[in-house]
Design a protein. Structure first.
Length: 86
């Protein structure tokens, strides 16, 4: 599975260091980092199941808004945004 990560406050190595955690907490609130860690768990499960024809877009902010879509999962025959059972 290919991952395109747009998560802010990551270092060059992909980690969120103390400075990034402080900045993100000030901008997004205390729950932001826990949400990122929850995404990490979901992504680790998906990576074991999906091949490279699948793409996961992570934390994409819609243009001209402050709306961030946490996970967008795409596959050859369609796109899914945070799928849920009704």
């Amino acid at each position: 599975m290919q991952i395109v990560d747009h998560t802010p406050y990551r270092t060059e190595t992909g980690e969120i260091d103390l400075k990034g955690r402080i900045q993100s907490t000030l901008k997004f609130g205390l729950a932001w980092y826990d949400g990122i860690k929850a995404q990490d768990v979901v992504i680790s499960v998906l990576e074991k199941q999906m091949n490279n024809t699948f793409v996961l877009l992570r934390n994409v902010t819609l243009p001209e808004t402050e709306i961030t879509l946490p996970l967008i999962f795409t596959r050859p025959d369609g796109h899914f945004l945070n799928p849920r059972n009704p």
